[in-house]
Design a binder for this molecule. Sequence first.
Ligand code: ACM
Ligand code: ZN
Length: 552
Amino acid sequence: KLKIKEYAMKKLLFLICLNILSFSAIAQSKEALNLVPIPAKIKTLSGEFTLDKNTQIVLSEDNESMRNAVGVFNSLMRRAAGYALKITTDQRSSNTIECRINPSISNPEGYKLIVNKNKVSVEAQTPQGIFYAMQTLRQLLPMQIERPFQSNVEWKVSCVEIEDEPRFRHRGLMLDVCRHFHSKEFVKKFIDMLAYHKMNTFHWHLTDDQGWRIQIKKYPRLTEIGGFRPRSMILVREENGSITRTWENERYGGYYTPEEIKEVIAYAEKRFVNIIPEIEFPGHATAALAAYPELSCSGGPFNVELTYGVFNDIFCTKEKNFEFMENVLSEVIDLFPGKYIHIGGDEAPKVRWKNCAHCQELIKKEGLKDEHELQSYFIKRIEKFVESKGRRIIGWDEILEGGLAPNATVLSWRGEEGGIAAARQGNDVIMAPTSYAYLDYYQANPKTQPPGIGGFVPLWKTYSYEPVPAELTPQQAKHILGMQGNIWTEYIRTTDHVEYMAFPRGAAIAETTWSPKEKKNYENFKARIIEQFKRYDEMNWNYCDAILTEVE
Ligand code: ACM
Ligand code: ZN
C-alpha cells in the first residue's frame, strides 16, 4: 500500500516538474517571440507599432544594396497588405522604418532592431545586416505577412529591442541537383527558405555520375549527353511496408543554361545568399566521361550512370585534362561572382590511376609516393588555377589525403576528423558530418517516412550539433567557418520531398550557426519551430512535422 502511495507521489512530482519545464519553455518562447534563429539579445517592451499605408521606409543611403535589404520585406507587404511602403531618404519623426548604416556595429552581418510605438529603427554595419533585421521584423509580424493574397489584418508588431549577430560566417545547405534535377524556379524557392532563416550560403552540387547540370559553352556534350539518362531508378513503398526499387522508363535529366544560372545568382544576391558552385574532380565523373570518354584513363565508352554509388572511372591526370578542367572552371568562374569554387575531391577510387600509363608516368615525373599523392597534386594544380583567377577552393575532406592544398577550405563530412586535422594545419573548415548534417537521412521512424537512403538524423540530433570540436585550441577554432546541411537526392525526386527533408532540420542548422551557443535549448527551439510551421504553411513550404507526433 505504501508503495502505491509512494509511486503516486513520485508520479505527481514528475508531472509537476514536467509542467514547470513546459511552462518555462513556453514562457521562454514567448520571450523569444518564436523567432528562428533565436536572436542574441531580446528585450520585450510594452506597446505595439502598427504598419499602415503611410508607414515609410527611410534609408540612410539609397543604393541598390540598400534597396535589396528592404526589397523582400516590401514585396511581402505589397502582396499581403495590398500596398508597398514608400522608400525615401527623407527623415520623419514617426511612422517610419528607419534603416541606417552604422559602421560601429562590429559584425558585418549583425543588426540592431528597435520597435517603438511610433517607429522602427534598424541599424547595421552593412545592407546584409539590414536585410536580416527585416527578416526578423517579418517574423514579428502576423503570419498573414506570408500569405500569397491580401489579408485584412492589422500589421501590429510588439515593441522590442533586439541586438543580434551570427555566430558563424558559413550558414547553409547543399542541394544535389544531379541525382534528381530541380528547375531554376525551385532553386529560387530553396534560396527563399535559406534567406528566411538568415542562412547565407547555397552550395549547388552541379556535376555527378548521374548528370552534368551546368551548360559549358566550350564542351556542349557535357549537358547534351551528360545531362540525361535513359531511365531513372525510384523506390516505392509496397502495401506490406517493404521498399522495392523500380524504374521509370523515361529519359530523365535537365541542365541550367548560363542565362538561367545568372538569373538564380541575381535572385540570390537580392537575398544576400552566396552560391558556391561545385564541379566534381576527379571522381563522380561518369556523366562527363560519357560525353567525352577521352577524359578517362581507359577511353571508355561510358554511359551516364543509372545506379548510385562510387564508380571506378574517374578523370585521368593526363596533361590535356588539366586544359579541360581549366576551361570548364573558367566558364564557371566567369558566371559565379563568389569567392569560393567547390572542386569536389570525394570518393575517387584509385584503381584506374594504378593501371594507367599516363597516371603512373606523372607519379614518376613528379616524384610522388602513390595515387593519393597524385590526387593531392591534381587538387593543388586546380587550386593554383582557381587562385590565379582570384578565387579560393573548397573540397570534401578526402582532399587531405596525400597532402592538403595550401589554402583549401575543407568540408568535413566523414565525421569531424577531417575538419579537426585541417584546422590544426591552419586551413579553414566547414562542418557537415553525416550523423548530424546529412539531411537525406531519415528524420523519423523509417516505416512512416517516404522511402530514403537510410541513416537516422532526427531533428534533435541535428540541433544538438556543436560545430567547434572540443579538441581545438581557440586559435584553431577560428578556422571553423560554420556548418551546412547536405541534401543528396538519390531517392529524393520531387520538390516536395526536398523541402520535407530540408525542414525543419535546416532551421536547426540555421540556429546552430547563427545563435549564441548558450542560447540554444532544444525544448525552446521546438516550441518556436512548431509556431513557425504555421508560417511555412502560409508559404506553401513542405516540412516534416514528426516532432508533433513521435516520441523523441
Ligand atoms: C559525400 O557525401 N560523398 C561528400
Ligand atoms: Zn589515367
